[in-house]
Design a protein around this ligand. Structure first.
Ligand code: PLP
Length: 458
């Protein structure tokens, strides 16, 4: 079909929503390293994980071999509420940039949680319900995951206990109220409701919290309360699996118009949206069927891929979770206080870490003022007010499109627009007032944090 016939939005039919998730691990020669039991340093077994996670989710976590896993009908039905998500041709942005590049973005912000996180939240809530549990616990940083999970839990009538990083709890009261509207209970973390929270507060009085602390609290409550398990919104293999629905839809939409992307870009916090978007394309690359350039974009103030170490590390501050082998800044790392752009987690998905380590993917770090410049430029021409996290991907998509302008290459660029930024207006305000600053951690600061890595010889 002729190029100019590509519509502004490529929608799939409801019947084209994937009925199976794609598990990229099946096609990886070097599998991601297993989670380790922090006490024995042996790979975590199903039995080790059972007190923390739901049974079927553990199977998915440990499944390195099945390329396709059926999406249960109840989840498919829920997906119909807000999927398929549109793949948008950014004609207006292309024009504004004067680039010969063709830019597409997969927009995941069309649901109340405002992000892609609902794709995994509904799956995790479903398996918890199926197992007959009463409820789940989790942590949330900026609040998108907590919101998505509270929506999913209310759908399946499950209790949902959210530990929300204290600084966000105070600065983002509206996100908190959305969660409560869907019936979740929200506790600012660190709190005095858990042993680990009390310990952290004793060691760091007045701390405004971190994702690592909130994870420790949520795991403690899940493992000490009958009928509860813990769920996590990123990083884990199972979450990338659920998010593959993004990439499968994007690929199907592009194939309708015979478009083959050259570059696929996504922001990377724990790696779930990027992993989900690239999975089916990466599968083709791994099987030698096609080649693509993949770029992970992370904040310069939290540079796990570009400056982290590929090592076993704790997933949480309280060191109660299994060890994961990943690109990490060390579990004590907390981005500087002026960092407003999200993507604050110290580690990265073990799947993406392995792919990056094997040279199958690239990574780039960007400073937040440049990210908000890109966000503003995008909002003004494409209409959507992007989440700060998503805007990391916009930044690099624009940079790549401007390179094409110089070279005259007509590359096709696809990026993930993970969500909307309506609850991030304090960050936008800082940018608009010209008081947003960049902070890049020094090598000494990172070395200090690396010193806390566990000593694991394998
Ligand atoms: C959580 C979130 C991210 C980052 O998480 P990943 O697991 O790296 O995808 C990116 N964008 C939005 C809008 C989010 O809510």
């Amino acid at each position: 079909m002729a190029e100019n016939k590509i519509p502004y939005k490529i929608y799939l039919d409801e019947s084209e929503i994937p009925t199976q998730w794609y598990n990229v691990r099946a096609d990886m020669k070097n599998k991601p390293a297993p989670l380790l039991n922090p006490a024995t340093l042996k790979p975590m077994t199903h039995a080790d994980l059972a007190p923390v996670f739901c049974d079927e989710l553990i199977d998915q976590e440990l499944n390195d071999t099945d390329a396709y896993i059926d999406i249960p009908e109840e989840i498919q039905n829920f997906y119909k509420m807000y999927r398929p998500s549109p793949l948008v041709r950014a004609y207006f942005l292309e024009k504004a940039l004067g680039t010969p590049a063709k830019i597409y973005y997969k927009f995941e912000g069309n649901n109340t949680s405002g992000s892609h996180k609902l794709n995994s939240a509904i799956a995790q809530a479903y398996y918890a319900k199926k197992q007959g549990l009463k409820g789940v616990t989790t942590e949330t940083g900026a609040g998108q995951w907590g919101t998505a999970l509270s929506m999913a839990c209310s759908y399946f009538d499950l209790d949902c206990k959210v530990f929300m990083v204290k600084v966000s709890y105070e600065q983002k009261p509206f996100r908190r109220e959305v969660m409560r509207t869907y019936g979740a209970s929200v506790t600012p973390s660190p709190s005095t409701t858990t042993e680990i929270g009390k310990k952290i507060l004793e060691a760091h009085p007045g701390t405004t919290g971190s994702l690592g602390c909130a994870i420790s609290e949520a795991v403690e409550v899940a493992t000490h309360t009958d009928g509860y398990r813990y769920v996590l919104g990123s990083v884990l293999n199972q979450v990338l699996l659920h998010q593959s629905v993004i990439g499968l839809e994007a690929k199907a939409a592009l194939e309708k118009y015979n478009v083959k992307p050259d570059i696929i870009i996504g922001c990377a916090g724990g790696g779930s949206n990027l992993g989900g978007l690239i999975s089916p394309f990466m599968g083709e690359k791994l099987r030698g069927e096609n080649d693509y350039k993949f770029i992970a974009v992370e904040p310069a103030s939290c540079p796990s891929f570009t400056r982290g170490k590929f090592a076993y590390d704790f997933c949480d501050t309280g060191k109660v979770c299994p060890l994961a082998k990943m690109y990490t800044l060390g579990s004590n790392f907390i981005p500087s206080a002026n960092h407003a752009g999200g993507l604050r987690y110290h580690g990265m998905s073990p799947i993406l870490s392995q792919l990056y380590h094997d040279g199958l993917m690239e990574a780039r770090s960007v400073e937040q003022t440049a990210v908000f410049e890109a966000a503003t430029q995008f909002a003004r021409v494409e209409g959507i007010l992007p989440a700060p996290e998503s805007s990391h991907a916009i930044r690099v998509a624009i940079d790549e499109a401007l390179k094409c302008k110089e070279t005259g290459e007509e590359k096709t660029i696809v990026f993930g627009l993970t969500g909307t930024g309506y609850f991030d207006m304090v960050a936008y305000e800082k940018f608009n007032d010209g008081v947003m600053s960049d902070y890049i951690p020094t090598d000494e600061e990172l070395e200090q944090s690396f010193a806390g890595l566990p000593k694991v010889d394998l």
